[in-house]
Design a protein around this ligand. Structure first.
Ligand SMILES: Nc1nc2c(c(=O)[nH]1)N[C@H]1C(S)=C(S)[C@@H](COP(=O)(O)OP(=O)(O)OC[C@H]3O[C@@H](n4cnc5c(=O)[nH]c(N)nc54)[C@H](O)[C@@H]3O)O[C@H]1N2
Ligand SMILES: Nc1nc2c(c(=O)[nH]1)N[C@H]1C(S)=C(S)[C@@H](COP(=O)(O)OP(=O)(O)OC[C@H]3O[C@@H](n4cnc5c(=O)[nH]c(N)nc54)[C@H](O)[C@@H]3O)O[C@H]1N2
Ligand code: SF4
Ligand SMILES: [Mo]
Length: 692
């Protein structure tokens, strides 16, 4: 491998932040005597602009954390006890290969690879790992825990995960921040929105929670969770009755307007106001703004699609820019994800050809709790006998964790976890294998917020005996006796294999980043990557699947009513100083977050005799979660917020919000419905009593 510096020497090393965050920052790591002493944002990379979030500014604290797992560990106590003893790599690899080999000999599909966004790098996420599991013939994984409802919503409307370029938001005159707490989860976009605001733009936030972002926008519409499609349809109603439409754009570049128009006319603001829990005037005003100000843009984020109708909601919202011709301007349109712009050679990187003629079943990661507990059957196939977890912490982040824990507790389940830390999931492992962090390995990555490709060079040598995921799967492949040449590719070669079209590798080596050659306003003259080439208000593809061809409002599965046993809706959006369940164990960041808490509106609190600081029980049929209450005007009546995905073992009763969430799936994309969740809250211990 040829790094542009010698590992271990004094240097400033160019890298990228691999976290599941739309901003994908370019990093500069200062190395002194082989030790990384500082991680900063690269000022030369425009989207990063020299600034990192608080979390990754502390990356060295995470990398050199005293709890890092630095050697292979084998379970030495009962399952789930968290007791492990160190073993050699040789012993761990031999034993794991033997166990996987035995299980696969009976039925390869009883092995389940389980991974998500711990690292988004194309090499450390799924390169060697995919090759390994394809060769084995393991079950495939449908990666639905985050973005697939919205992703499919975009696919069936705009044709791809593509939209307005993030930098042009700075030139917009109207920005709808829709289902996104940008200050928390997309802070580099927020800087652009601030710039637009200084130039006179109006910022409008659409979010049930009065988030940090909502309180800094000019207008906040605190709608009920899961009612975004009703709002979007009602906006269309107003665009029609007031003739705030770009007829020319609609005629040339859209499909199905007559039918959508009929549907929109069923949504007068009075009806939507009732469904959404908004004032009629708020909806009228928003429609007037959208219909009269240009350039106008929507920053949609995934927070609004974690509900039953999430896919349809994204479809409905994605129709709005076409109706007013917002796409004509480079600062107009919509952005949910830009990831569709990166054209990587998946066949070469993931090697699905290694499956040969085998067609393994696909398991949905969002129903892990059910699937781990399922017995073999003719239609389902074999029970899961082995799970290999990497880049994710399902015991904390997957829905209905009671079931997930029950599954991992199975004595006959062989569990391998590749990790940096002994997470809630690693506690249940038979083997924990120590993985390197971003400072210690090669990678290359695109972004779902901007349109640059970045290269990550290792800044320091792997700590302890840790190894990159890619290397762990390479070694496992050797032990399994796989002889295909692709199992010998090193990480530097894998970076080159993953290089997307339109980017020069030498530029990446020299600068650390490169910009995809794209046009400024992708849909100014139509050219949507749909089958019709138009923005598909009506989707023949959806209709062919027996689904509604038009977007509609699909109510949440769980819509609590006054008097219900569980009369509150709970959403559980990200905490600012954590990234899903990552960083919860970094002390300085945990101190900033304080402790697990539930935001509750004053009225809902008073009627339950709850005050700020009280310990409460949040519960439903799926389980019970204890945390502190915070009486707060951030919460609207009827909705509570369980912030962040805390580690269960750091919670008051060894659980977190996902004890309460369900394994039901979204309308499109088979995704989790984390924010479609009915709960009740009761006082457990007043704050005046000493906590235990
Ligand atoms: N600091 C930090 N940054 C993160 C993350 C993190 O955990 N912490 N997570 C990362 C990940 S994995 C992702 S996918 C991205 C994006 O992650 P998102 O889940 O989009 O995260 P946010 O933008 O913080 O939050 C979404 C917002 O949507 C709101 N919301 C909830 N339900 C609804 C609804 O029904 N309708 C509407 N309109 N709004 C709703 C919530 O109140 C919240 O303010 O962020 C990434 N960035
Ligand atoms: N209630 C509720 N639940 C949620 C959400 C929510 O908003 N509310 N958000 C959902 C969303 S959007 C998402 S994306 C998922 C995310 O869930 P996950 O993808 O599981 O993300 P993290 O919780 O950050 O856990 C990632 C783990 O990967 C490990 N890791 C990082 N880099 C590497 C590496 O290079 N190698 C190995 N082997 N391990 C590595 C980290 O140490 C960490 O423990 O959670 C979902 N769960
Ligand atoms: S988590 Fe997001 S904002 Fe923070 S450094 Fe990484 S990419 Fe940038
Ligand atoms: Mo996510």
């Amino acid at each position: 491998m040829s790094a542009s510096h010698e590992i271990g020497a004094n240097a400033v090393v160019r890298g990228l932040c691999p976290h599941d965050c739309p901003d994908t920052c370019a990093l500069l790591t200062t190395v002194e005597n082989g030790r990384a002493v500082k991680v900063q944002g690269n000022p030369a990379h425009k989207p990063t602009d020299g600034v990192l979030c608080t979390k990754v500014s502390r990356y060295t604290e995470r990398t050199y954390h005293p709890d890092r797992i630095l050697q292979p560990m084998k379970r030495s106590g009962p399952k789930g006890s968290g007791q492990f003893e160190p073993v050699s790599w040789d012993q761990a690899l031999t034993d794991i290969a033997q166990r996987l080999g035995q299980i696969a000999a009976l039925s390869p599909e009883s092995v389940l690879p389980y991974s998500y966004g711990g690292t988004m790098g194309w090499v450390q996420a799924e390169s060697m790992a995919s090759r390994f599991f394809h060769k084995l013939g393991a079950s495939l994984l449908d990666r639905t825990i985050c973005a697939s409802a919205g992703g499919e919503g975009l696919l069936y409307t705009l044709g791809a995960k593509n939209g307005l370029k993030t930098e042009f938001f700075a030139e917009s005159k109207l920005i709808l921040i829709w289902g996104s707490n940008s200050i928390t989860s997309n802070v580099h976009f927020w800087r652009l929105a601030q710039e637009a605001k200084r130039q006179g733009a109006k910022l409008i936030c659409i979010d049930p929670r009065k988030s940090e972002t909502a309180e800094k926008c000019h207008v906040h519409l605190a709608l009920r969770p899961g009612t975004d499609a009703a709002l979007a349809l009602s906006l269309m109603h107003e665009l029609v009755v007031n003739n705030w439409l770009d007829q020319d754009y609609i005629e040339k570049y859209t499909l199905g307007w007559d039918a959508l128009r009929e549907r929109a006319l069923q949504w007068p603001p009075e009806k939507a106001a009732q469904v959404c829990g908004l004032d009629v005037q708020q909806i009228r005003d928003l429609a007037r703004d959208w219909g009269s100000v240009q350039p106008a843009a929507i920053r949609l984020n995934y927070g609004m699609q974690r509900v039953h109708g999430g896919g349809n909601a994204v479809r409905a919202i994605a129709c709005l820019p076409a109706l007013t011709g917002a796409w004509r301007h480079r600062a107009g349109g919509l952005l949910l994800s830009s990831s569709g712009n990166f054209n990587i050679n998946k066949q070469a990187l993931y090697r699905p050809d290694l499956l040969g003629t085998r067609r393994p079943r696909t398991l949905n990661m969002s129903t892990l709790g059910n699937d781990l507990n399922r017995k073999a059957s003719a239609e389902w196939g074999p029970a899961v006998q082995a799970i290999v977890v990497y880049n994710t912490n399902p015991v904390a982040v997957a829905p209905q964790s009671g079931k997930v824990v029950q599954g991992f507790a199975r004595e006959d389940l062989f569990t391998v976890v590749l990790e940096h830390f002994q997470t809630d999931t690693a506690d249940w492992a038979d083997y924990i294998l120590p993985a390197t962090t971003q400072l210690e390995h090669w990678d290359i990555q695109g972004s779902y917020g901007h349109t640059d490709v970045l290269l990550n060079q290792p800044a320091i040598a792997p700590l302890g005996q840790s190894k990159p995921n890619s290397e762990i799967f390479r070694l496992l492949a050797q032990r399994m006796g796989y002889t295909e040449a692709c199992f010998e590719d090193d990480d530097f070669q894998l970076c080159q294999t993953a290089l997307p079209e339109g980017v020069d590798f030498s530029e990446l080596l020299a600068n650390g980043f490169a910009t995809l050659p794209l046009t400024d306003a992708p849909f100014a003259s139509g050219a949507f990557p749909t089958p019709s080439g138009k923005c598909e208000f009506f989707s023949a593809r959806l209709q062919a699947m027996g689904l509604d061809g038009l977007p509609d409002h699909i109510p949440n599965y769980e819509v609590p009513q006054a008097g219900d046993r569980y009369s509150l809706a709970m959403i559980s959006p990200p905490a600012r100083n954590f990234l899903n369940s990552s960083f919860v164990n970094v002390q300085s960041l945990r101190e900033m977050e304080g402790e697990p808490l539930l935001e509750i509106n004053a009225q809902d609190a008073a009627s339950r005799g709850i005050q700020s600081g009280d310990v409460v029980k949040v519960f439903n049929d799926r389980g019970e979660y204890h945390c502190k209450a915070k009486v707060s005007s951030r919460a609207r009546e009827g909705v509570v917020h369980g912030l962040g995905v805390w580690w269960r073992k750091m919670g008051l009763n060894g659980s977190n919000v996902n004890q309460l969430t369900s394994q039901l799936l979204t309308d499109l994309g088979r995704a989790s419905v984390f924010y479609d969740c009915q709960v009740e809250v009761a006082l457990l211990r007043p704050s005046s009593l000493k906590a235990d």
